[in-house]
Write a protein that binds this ligand. Sequence first.
Ligand code: IMP
Length: 211
Amino acid sequence: MLGAPWVLASRNAGKLRELRALFGARGIDVVDLRDVGVAEDTVAEDAIEAYESFEENAVAKARYFSTLLPGRVVVADDSGLAVEALGGAPGVKSKRWSGRTELSGADLDAANNALLAERMRGVADRRARFVCAAAWCDGRDVAVARGEVYGHIVESPRGGNGFGYDPRVFIDELGMTMAEATVAEKGVVSHRARAFAALLAAVRAGRLVGA
Ligand code: IMP
């Protein structure tokens, strides 16, 4: 594809694992931010995600890193969990929902999942969906696309794969929680897989907007 290798603009190890598999399966070479020497700036990078929609946040991330990497194609995603009974929360706030800004990785996931369990205690309507907006930027143009997958919040966590809210979300199409699925199984139905498949179709079809 044009401009390969593309840069995966994420610091999340779980996302990167899935994105490498998704792009690898399509024969598109990718590298990550560390590979191209972009040191992490947690304050600046957290500040990018200030919007109310997944699409705006994904585009903001792709644009931000594209500015730091002239001549490179950058792809980014913004994703999260939307729970019906919580009015769509945590939504775009999924990463920092617990407010435990001092945590990261598995510790942050555990804090978020503890809050989810607390908020869902005794709640009958357990429907939820994962949402992902994927964005592409070549420094001039931008493309963005969405993917979703549906399920419900389980009473007790199940499975040791994946990341984030995966152990807490039973996925209808898989018949198991997202954390019980392998990377390959998750990659067939996930919000991220769907968003990036739609994104690649948009890029190939030239459905771009000026950056
Ligand atoms: P982002 O890095 O701002 O897009 O935040 C994504 C957050 O949403 C993650 O930190 C997780 O808490 C949650 N999330 C997004 N995608 C997934 C997924 O595939 N499984 C589980 N949790 C996810």
